[in-house]
Design a protein around this ligand. Sequence first.
Ligand SMILES: *Cc1c(COP(=O)(O)O)cnc(C)c1O
Length: 446
Amino acid sequence: MSVPREGLAARTQRSEALFAEAQKHLPGGVDSPVRAFRGVGGTPRFIARAKGSAVWDEDGNHYVDYLASWGPLIAGHAHPGVVAAIQEAATRGTSYGAPTQAEVELAQLVKQAFPSIELVRFVSSGTEATMTALRLARAFTGRDLILKFDGGYHGHADGLLVQAGSGPLTLGAPDSPGVPAVAAAQTLSVPYNDVVAARDALAAHPRQVAAVIVEPVAGNMGVIPPAPGFLEHLRELTRADGALLIFDEVITGFRVALGGAQERFRIRPDLTCLGKIVGGGLPVGAYGGRADIMQQISPLGPVYQAGTLSGNPLAMAAGLATLRLLTEPGVYDHLERLSARLTDGLGNAALSAGVAYTTNRVGSMFTGFFCPEPVTDYASAKAADTRRYARFFHAMLEHGVYLAPSQFEAGFVSLAHTEADIDATLAAAAEAFGEVTSRESRVAGE
Ligand SMILES: *Cc1c(COP(=O)(O)O)cnc(C)c1O
């Protein structure tokens, strides 16, 4: 998809040259697919540096950044305290393969924020955390099936890459070639926010489901809040059936409240997966929960999971520095106010431009969908006009605002964003919404 632009035309020669070279060496030129801009077309910007709320690309353009590295950077880019902590840790060595004090300290902070977590294990990615949490749930319950929700992303482990949209009671089909049918067949998937479908799926497989895994605020089909009662029902259903309830709080942990969605919505899951913010921008994931379950993990119990760089000292230092910033009073109220100013303003700008647009926001995570109807699940998210999103995305980029390069992703406000950043973003959006429709009317008139 090419997006012709008149007027502004940011310089992109260096990004284009780097992207051409990158594609000779890396599949699609990237190390993670959405970075390739396939959802919006055009050339991904190669980023040279970042500071606070801003990123600079290799051509020297700078942007107000709402990608936040897909969520981890709640303190903003290159926060001086986080950078200093990493530098200090690096001078003492980058990895020992032996336990350290920093792991103990980070575990303490995680447990203070998440009272449902009695024991925690640090790993190196969210994918590792969810994959192991499921292995643990299966071992603990002696059951094989898992239940997830359509459009829910829990990392790329085999059993979690299951076709969204499979009927509520049918067993999953793999979402990606290379996933054995037998692995996918262990995964049930039902629509998000659909309590009846979840209940029916459990009823159709009584005492066979090891765990229900859910993003307590969906973030990977765009942001979708849990409907009132949805999470409560999942808690009751799992308790009645003997399945474990796993909250995948890789995005929401330390994001929608210090104690994540489980604090915000007052639900106590059996296991919690963390990632992103807990590593402060370095590669960290974690899973934890009830002690009787976590005691099954090796070396206490028989369930195996290990990692050469797990609990890495630099990553622990970055996580510690970030979590300490988040325990300052008023942090989440500030993020809430700033984020409301942004999404209220985006909604108003769209209205003024006559563009059908729906904003979903929980705390400082948000998505603006190009559709008139409320977005409550994967099916309604998919009704969004992705071509409009692509035009809006590129118009915003030209006006100096970096959003996620896909309609079905979250944007993030950080502590480094200022009211001036938000206002500049809204001024850009007023232009960009206008350009979305003017281009459409030109195309229609051609
Ligand atoms: C990002 C994400 C993951 C995977 O984490 P990685 O560190 O990318 O492996 C899992 N679950 C959710 C909800 C996520 O947003």
